[in-house]
Design a protein around this ligand. Structure first.
Ligand code: PEP
Ligand code: MG
Length: 593
């Protein structure tokens, strides 16, 4: 039966494919694809894990058989029997093998996927006793996962196919080629997303998350249709359901009829056509109709993204979110040499163009490890995040600073500091940079000059511009956080997503005054939050005097198209009217330029 689900549109376009559910269970496991020739080894890992659990339970059985009914009630033995029986369950075993051999899922992913499927069968059972066996199944899968922890996977994240071989039902529908897959999850951490980045799923859906949550940002950087904040989607969709994701409207259609499929197939082709039309602008300089040159820069997450930045015609990297090098490593942070090599790869990849490396910004919705949930802090977005984290761990911060300074010997590097608010933080940061230089001098290691920049993403910073401009060569406006902190709206919380408003007059005031002050003092300023890549806001930002935009490479050409059609002499007075309005969004439509 066809039905639709509404969420938040985060990444444009239409994707049509079969659902791959990433289990949302409390068992937080790694999800990655294995290489085809590691299938046997991966199945063996599950077998070893399962055998270890069987042995453990049998040992327990034997020991309780010697106990009296007081220490070991009869129910305990019966429960162990049930668990031993479930461990031999053919549906569990053959299902897990299937996910590994047909889809190349890693063992943990295969196990939790099959658990989810069998658990649904249990949920549907009429018999209450049988329904309760779901909990037993969860327990034994958890035991297997624990037992498998000691048995490492042969590979990590090989570049995977995002398609699978057609199944019987696809053939009936006429699919004889590989079928695209779309990922459906309750939640995905930014680190999970990064792993999936290599596997090129056709689309993503998550139940939670706001438009500028970091998971949404990574999805957008992959330039594939995505919807977040779809609430109960992962419970309503089943493995292998046909799904349409309309990333422009934020709509998901499950089990579409042939007519709907045909309609969205058409829309998908139109989108592809529009995108290929935009490639005509690749070598066109970004200059407005009145001759203003605009700098279009790229936001990247990994050094390897430099190539897509160049391919999209970026004139440099305006934001390298270095924290992605630190995530998903079970606390083993990259050392100076590893970081240096990564930054150097990005710098060399940009072939002489500037690369803005932002020091690590973990915390809030970017935990170091997806399995480590930040329950320790009451309000992580207001907690030990970004520069606060760096200043709290000087050895780690100095390591990163040395690595960045060393990479600057290989090309133009700008060093960007996130989340500053206090004069004392600025002072400490500058002192650490000096100290990092002195350490390199002492060790006789070469390093290069850097331009020093600060992110303006806390309202307090936007209201202390003179202080910031005294110490920094350039400013970069992080509108994602600036909006979050100005409006007190958690950017990752879909329940308040409707209040997350880039056009709120207070937000616009802060953005406008930052640009104005920088222009007045002749300092470079750019916007690197998601506002920079939103074509509906390009004219407004131009009108406010912005001349440097940093965004995901995939958005560059569409923004350039807006720029080529713009006349800043007309946009400037219009932008002032929008700025003065109580309802800027209405003013923008009423007096569109
Ligand atoms: C921002 O806050 O706008 C920004 C660019 O940084 P991040 O999205 O990584 O917090
Ligand atoms: Mg930010």
């Amino acid at each position: 039966m066809t039905f639709s689900i509404h969420g938040l549109a985060v990444s444009r376009g239409v994707a049509i494919g079969r659902a791959v559910l990433v289990a949302s269970s409390r068992m937080d496991v790694a999800h990655y694809f294995i290489a085809a020739n590691d299938v046997e080894a991966e199945i063996e890992r599950v077998r070893v894990g399962r055998d270890a659990v069987i042995e453990e339970l049998q040992r327990l059985q034997t020991s309780i058989s010697h106990m009296g009914p007081k220490e070991a009630p009869h129910e305990l033995s019966a429960l162990l029997d049930v668990h031993l029986m479930l461990l031999q369950d053919a549906e569990l075993i053959s299902g897990v093998k299937g996910w590994i051999s047909d889809r190349l899922y890693n063992a943990e992913w295969a196990l939790t996927t099959q658990l989810e499927i069998i658990a649904r069968h249990f949920d549907e059972m009429e018999d209450a006793y049988l329904r309760e066996r779901k909990a037993d199944l969860e327990q034994i899968v958890e035991r297997i996962l624990r037992a498998m922890k000691g048995v490492a996977s042969p590979v990590v994240a090989s570049p995977a196919r995002a398609t699978r071989k057609p199944m019987q039902q696809d053939l009936l529908l006429g699919d004889t080629v590989d079928v695209p897959l779309v990922l459906v999850a309750h939640d995905l951490s930014p680190a999970d997303m990064l792993q999936f980045k290599q596997s090129v799923f056709a689309g993503f859906i998550t139940d939670v998350g706001g438009k500028t949550s970091h998971t949404a940002i990574v999805a957008r950087s992959m330039d594939i249709p995505a919807v977040v904040g779809a609430r109960t989607c992962s419970q309503l969709v089943r493995q292998d359901d046909w799904i349409i994701i309309d990333g422009d409207a934020g709509v998901i259609i499950v089990d579409p009829s042939p007519i709907i499929l045909a309609e969205y197939g058409f829309k998908q082709r139109q989108g592809d056509l529009e995108r290929s039309r935009l490639t005509r602008l690749l070598h066109t300089p970004a200059v407005t109709m009145d001759g203003e040159k605009i700098q279009l820069l790229a936001n990247i997450e990994m050094p390897e993204d430099a190539s897509s930045a160049l391919q999209a015609g970026a004139l440099g990297v305006g934001l390298f979110r270095s924290e992605f090098l630190f995530m998903g490593r079970q606390g083993n942070l990259p050392d100076e040499e590893e970081q240096f090599q990564a930054y150097k790869r990005a710098v060399e990849g940009m072939q002489g163009l500037p690369v803005t490396i932002r020091t690590v910004d973990v915390g809030a919705d970017k935990p170091l490890d997806s399995s480590v949930h930040d329950d320790a802090h009451l309000n992580p977005a207001l907690g030990l995040r970004a520069i606060r984290w760096s200043l709290a761990d000087p050895a780690m911060f100095l390591t990163q600073l040395r690595a960045i300074l060393r990479a600057a010997a290989f090309g133009q590097v700008h060093l960007l500091i996130p989340m500053l608010a206090h004069a004392s933080e600025i002072r400490q940061t500058l002192a650490h940079i000096e100290r990092a230089r002195a350490m390199l001098d002492k060790r006789g290691i070469a390093y290069g000059p850097v331009k020093l920049g600060a992110m303006i993403e806390i309202p307090a910073a936007a209201l202390s511009l003179k202080l910031f401009l005294k110490h920094f060569d350039f400013l970069s406006i992080g509108t994602n956080d600036l909006i979050q902190y100005t409006l007190a709206i958690d950017r990752a919380d879909e329940s308040v997503a409707h209040l997350y408003d880039p056009l709120h007059p207070a937000v616009l005031q802060l953005v406008a005054s930052t640009i104005e002050e920088c222009v007045k003092q002749g300092k470079d300023v750019s916007v690197c939050g998601e506002m920079a890549g939103d074509v509906t806001l390009t004219r407004l930002l131009l009108g406010l005097g912005l001349r440097s935009f940093s965004m995901h490479p995939a958005q560059i050409l569409a923004v350039k198209q807006e720029i080529l059609r713009a006349d800043t002499t007309r946009l400037a007075p219009w932008a002032q009217r929008v700025l003065a309005s109580e309802t800027p969004a209405l003013e923008m439509t009423a007096s569109a330029q």
